[in-house]
Design a protein around this ligand. Sequence first.
Ligand code: UD1
Length: 434
Amino acid sequence: MIMKQYIIKGGNPLYGEVNIGGAKNAALGIIVAAIMANEPVTIENLPDVDDVKVLLEAIEGIGAIVERLDRHTVRINGALINDVNVDDDFIRKIRGSYYLVGALLGKYKKAIVALPGGCQIGSRPIDQHLKGFEQLGARVTIHNGKIDAFAERLTGSHIYLDCPSVGATINIMMASCMAEGKTVIENPAKEPHIVDVANFLNSMGANIKGAGTDTIRIRGVESLHGSEYSIIPDQIEAGTYMIAAAATGGDVYIKNVIPKHLEAITAKLIEIGSKVEEYDDCVRVYSDKRLGYANVKTMPYPGFPTDMQPQMTTLLALSEGVSIVTETIFESRLKYISELRRMGANINVEGNAAIITGVEQFTGATVSAPDLRAGAALVIAGLAAQGFTVVEQIHYIERGYENFEEKLRGLGAVIEKMDADDERAQQKFRLKVG
Ligand code: UD1
């Protein structure tokens, strides 16, 4: 496989409008939940990103019928699933693969699924998922890199999560929605995509109440039926463009969003002096002066999302004053900072905190995306920097951002995707835009 990279000529403020797609992390839960019905399910507003493609191939591999009706609509029918064993090179790379355990266990009382991968941002245990399955009556073992879950019968239970895990909450909702009796999840995650997956399961006939609050109650039903559903907008994609607008001193309307889901990001932008206007399904971000400092701590929703931490750190590194960003969700999510330093950022890392002294400007450099969101942050850094930036390893970014470079170009960014070893194309770009 030829590696791709972005080449960016920085310094252009972003102007205009950008449309946000469906939420990737909701889509991963919803695609898998769809196989629990024995009737066709139509899912709209599906983001066309690599993680989604991998998951669709995985469910096709075990017998689900997957029809792409258009780029953002898929019809899934789980009636003919003939295998509960999911393992391939690709599925091991994505995080959302663990939802297959909850869905297959819930529907067939058996699942064997490769342990999940995803971004290398910490140890990412799944003990809360496994505890939940066990409390519903499953026997769970891990061997040869696979989760093996089996149950004679699943019965409702009272499950207390030690930490509000997004993955565990969705997985337990799926495993329990066809269990006998009532399940209660205490201390669940409350992210917008938890609510979206619950709404989707309910649209198939599940009985889930309280998603988005501190207690979720699930009454088991016999079976799930077909449905038509549209995925919510991607909070993190929207937030990334909000920060890109602020970091370049531009003026951008970010459309097809739910402003309420963006409140933590909006509040921080306003705190540092950016202007944010909220409309029904759009936010406008612009500023007329250099932005200031703030302290940020990542927290479960409705706190500041860890998936926006690298982008926010990048913005604060260009703002005036000293800011402290503390990462509380994942243990090693500050590794990209060494890349930002190559562009002139002045950031010290102490434990899980980044102490940032804002600089006037970054200068272009060759940097490497270490994961999905940090990769997006490096692109933002390149857009704001003086001169040329090359961002390598962009396959991480393509896991979660649809048409990233095209959408940015639509806002006036000078960015192109090219083969990593194509030096002539790089030269041509530099001459053309130089
Ligand atoms: C999901 C998102 C990811 C986001 C994260 C936090 C998907 C596919 N990924 O990841 O983009 O960054 O939520 O918003 O939706 N934990 C345990 N035991 C468990 C599960 C989690 O200790 O069994 C801990 C984790 O180490 C972490 C915290 O709980 O410190 C949150 O993890 P979790 O919410 O589960 O994240 P993911 O579902 O992996």
